[in-house]
Design a binder for this molecule. Structure first.
Ligand code: GAF
Length: 394
């Protein structure tokens, strides 16, 4: 799959050449899970699993969408935007609706998209879809919206058209990724800092549990509510606590008796994870990958035991990776209940790592996991000239 593929499909489908081609990457997150909607810290990077878009204004009043991968299409009148029963289209229509709500006058447009971000693997294919279209419409309509606002447009689309009350991490990573760097985002101030990360020296290996939990979205929203409940309790004692990002472990412990046990554990995980992100970044700056990896394993333990968003398959993958030669760290990644683990592995040990983890997984679940080695790329951009003929992303 490449930008050229969607460009060709666009020409075939709509009978004219797409004036604009865009690529939008998925993401990994090294550490800082479920901290974004608690206004804490995350450490994602955009990766070379991408969605490609061919887009053009059609001069009419219809939005005509084609999913190349699903071989499906959906048409909606631009002045009657609504959620549809076509799940994949909602991510795109949600973006269009958000732009309208911000006063942008939309005209009809055509879009063919497709890519190689595995769906349901926790690599944010949905954010890539949203961000790619938001960027493309901004270009086509020359609206000159800044990238952070585009990230918010995409996030709001996910809230309102997909029903997931996500934080900003995935959309931010897709838009702000930088080649060869991870980026720490402070989800309250929206300040961000890039840290070099050389995937030649330390490979990012993803192991896909192959599990797609049907309750993931509702459980995700529930976690968010539990965190808000925790904040309300803390606020009675510490009015300055506006989100769990402001809370300390000592404050939580002092009022443990007032918490429902589950809510307490959710809050404990978030407070600890926020601290871990900051400590992990310090380790990264010292080029201490061993130290960094310890925070990843601790993150996994918290997600498994306190936040309870893991599953047996993810736990088995993390456990199999832990302690193997050349493995710095491993953890489940993303919203949870399935998807991938992220593993940091020394290059010369990758082959042995893949064999051992896959064998351990197969012994338990009777199948081998899909695995991917990823590199870190730049955020959403237009695909131009040679990139198209060279088949970028193929
Ligand atoms: C999903 C969400 F979309 C993100 O905002 C984030 O909360 C993540 O789960 C968990 O860290 O990817």
């Amino acid at each position: 799959m490449s930008a050229q593929t969607v460009a060709t499909a666009f020409q075939r489908h709509f009978g004219y050449a797409a004036p604009l081609l865009v690529r939008a990457p998925g993401r990994v997150n090294l550490i800082g899970e479920h901290t974004d909607y608690n206004l804490g810290y995350v450490l994602p990077a955009a990766i070379d699993k991408e969605i490609y878009f061919a887009v053009g204004l059609n001069g009419g009043h219809e939005i005509r969408l084609v999913s190349h991968d699903l071989n499906d299409c959906c048409t909606v009148a631009v002045d009657q935007l609504h959620r549809t029963d076509t799940q994949w289209a909602n991510y795109l229509l949600g973006v269009a609706a958000q732009l309208q709500q911000r006063g942008i006058v939309l005209t009809g447009f055509d879009c063919v998209f497709g890519g190689n971000v595995p769906v349901g693997a926790g690599l944010s294919s949905s954010a890539a879809v949203e961000c790619g279209l938001a960027f493309a419409l901004d270009q086509l309509l020359a609206t000159h919206i800044d990238k952070m606002t585009l990230a918010h447009v995409a996030q709001k689309a996910e809230h309102e058209y997909a029903g997931v009350m996500c934080g900003l991490m995935d959309q931010f990573a897709s838009l702000f990724g930088r080649d060869g760097h991870v980026v720490r985002l402070d989800c309250r101030s929206l300040d961000y800092e890039y840290f070099p990360f050389d995937t030649q020296a330390c490979r990012i290996v993803l192991c896909n549990s192959g599990v797609k939990h049907s309750l993931a979205d509702s459980e995700y929203n529930k976690r968010r509510q539990e965190c808000e409940q925790g904040v309300r309790i803390l606020q009675q004692h510490y009015p300055e606590v506006q989100s769990l990002r402001d809370a300390t472990l000592a404050q939580l412990q002092a009022h443990q008796a007032e918490f429902d046990e589950v809510v307490y554990r959710r809050c404990r995980y978030i407070v600890e994870e926020n601290t871990r992100v900051l400590q992990a970044c310090e380790a990264l700056q010292r080029q201490d990958l061993v130290g960094f990896g310890q925070f990843m394993h601790a993150s996994h333990a918290g997600l498994r035991d306190d936040y309870q968003v893991s599953c047996p398959e993810l736990d088995a993958l993390e456990e199999a990776a832990r302690g193997l030669p050349g493995v710095y760290g491993a953890r489940m990644m993303g919203g949870g209940f399935g998807g991938c683990t992220i593993n940091l592995v020394a290059p010369e040990q990758v082959e042995a790592f893949l064999e051992q983890v896959s064998a351990a997984f197969e012994a338990r679940f009777g199948r081998r996991p899909d695995t991917y080695q990823t590199s870190i790329v730049g955020g959403v951009s237009q695909v131009v000239g040679e990139q198209v003929t060279a088949g970028i992303g193929q």
